[in-house]
Design a protein around this ligand. Structure first.
Ligand SMILES: NC(=O)C1=CN([C@@H]2O[C@H](COP(=O)(O)OP(=O)(O)OC[C@H]3O[C@@H](n4cnc5c(N)ncnc54)[C@H](O)[C@@H]3O)[C@@H](O)[C@H]2O)C=CC1
Ligand SMILES: Nc1nc(=O)c2c([nH]1)NC[C@@H]1CN(c3ccc(C(=O)N[C@@H](CCC(=O)O)C(=O)O)cc3)CN21
Length: 318
């Protein structure tokens, strides 16, 4: 079922959802299930499965030189979605990226999703590769998420690439896109970034999931601004519980967001990472309760593999 239909069906009750990252290749799918199992009692209507960029790896050759190879360390997004759907009867949402894929490859992924009965696609541009300072579009691929949304939307109209299919079967994907309460790191201003978001919605996006934020006011202001420029689709807040002291530096650095002073002081007062993890849980519980009280359609959790903290939060909130 579509995310938008889950939201309609919930009739104002806030839903719980989360996001997982495929394991590194060579791992066991049961490790993933072990982290999903404890969260299923909170009845997530959908689970997102991310797609990671390809990266360079260096293989030591016999002569001692290093050989550079390009590989995807965490493949399997669509396969994991199918596995989750059929194991738990849950809607699993693959993240489909512009970066790393030609439009043709993207079409094949979408055809797989359609055959597997996946009803939703999260359409993202994707980050820069590790060695790149900025995102460089893939030759033959989509340049921005809005173009990817257009490609998916056209498939929904039965328009395949190169228009060589005469009587096409139409897909009916519900399309999610990302939104940035503290603006995307490359955007020159909040207003421009919001216009970009509007372009994605105008191209056919059905809902928005936000980047993580630690001050709910940022989300409320963002929703207000989005509404004021005519974005009417659901805007789902994304929450990440702080888990280690180092997040204080790396999260602002990677995602270009601010941590509230109160949270920083509380992290500084923690003696070890066990205390930070507990603080992260408590902070996310407060954020979630406030988001629910203010009518958020869903609270979506970025669980980066381990689910114990998400479970502790969901137990208090859902
Ligand atoms: N829910 C999730 O999983 C989330 C994922 N992300 C990640 O963030 C990264 C960025 O992806 P998206 O937001 O999908 O990218 P996007 O293509 O919507 O935007 C990327 C940047 O390009 C700018 N931009 C967009 N259209 C433009 C145009 N026509 N001309 C000039 N600039 C333009 C935007 O303002 C933004 O700074 C991705 O790696 C995604 O995986 C971010 C937030 C949430
Ligand atoms: N720009 C961007 N790219 C993404 O892939 C992405 C977003 N934003 N926002 C939404 C979700 C949330 N994501 C993430 C990704 C990593 C961590 C994270 O905490 N990573 C490391 C720390 C960073 C590091 O050392 O490299 C961790 O400790 O787990 C959190 C959320 C992935 N998604």
């Amino acid at each position: 079922m579509k995310v938008t239909d889950h939201i309609k069906q919930a009739n104002g009750k806030t839903l719980f959802s989360f996001e997982i990252v495929p394991p590194q290749k060579g791992q066991n799918i049961h490790d993933l299930y072990n982290n999903v199992d404890p969260l299923m009692e909170f009845k997530p209507p959908f689970i997102d499965v991310t797609t990671s960029r390809e990266e360079f790896v260096y293989i030591k050759k016999e002569n001692g030189l290093l050989e550079q190879k390009m590989t995807r360390m965490r493949p399997g997004t669509v396969g994991i979605c199918a596995a989750l759907k059929y194991k738990y009867d849950v809607d699993a949402i693959p993240h489909v990226l512009c970066g790393g894929f030609t439009k043709e490859e993207t079409e094949y992924v979408l055809v797989d999703c359609h055959y597997l009965g996946l009803d939703n696609i999260m359409a993202l541009r994707g980050d820069a590769m590790k060695h790149e300072q900025y995102f460089i579009p893939t030759v033959g691929g989509n340049n921005y998420a809005a173009e990817l949304v257009k490609q998916i939307h056209e498939l929904n109209q039965g328009k395949y690439l190169h228009e060589i299919i005469e009587t096409p079967h139409k897909s009916d994907f519900c399309i999610g896109v990302a939104g940035y309460p503290e603006k995307h790191l490359e955007a020159p201003s909040m207003e421009t970034d919001l216009r970009r978001l509007k372009e994605k919605v105008d191209a056919g996006a059905d809902y928005v999931v936000t980047q993580m934020f630690f001050d709910n006011q940022k989300y409320f202001n963002f929703v207000e601004k989005a509404r004021s420029i005519g974005i009417t689709v659901p805007i789902i807040p994304g929450i990440k519980p702080i888990a280690i002291k180092r997040h204080q530096q790396v999260l602002p650095q990677i995602f270009r967001l601010d941590l509230p002073e109160e949270l920083i002081l509380e992290i500084e007062a923690c003696k070890d990472n066990k205390q930070v993890r507990q603080l992260g849980i408590e902070w996310a519980i407060q954020q979630s309760k406030d988001l629910i009280a203010n009518g958020a359609p869903v609270v979506h959790f970025y669980s980066m593999g381990k689910s114990d903290n998400i479970k502790a939060i969901a137990k208090e909130v859902f």
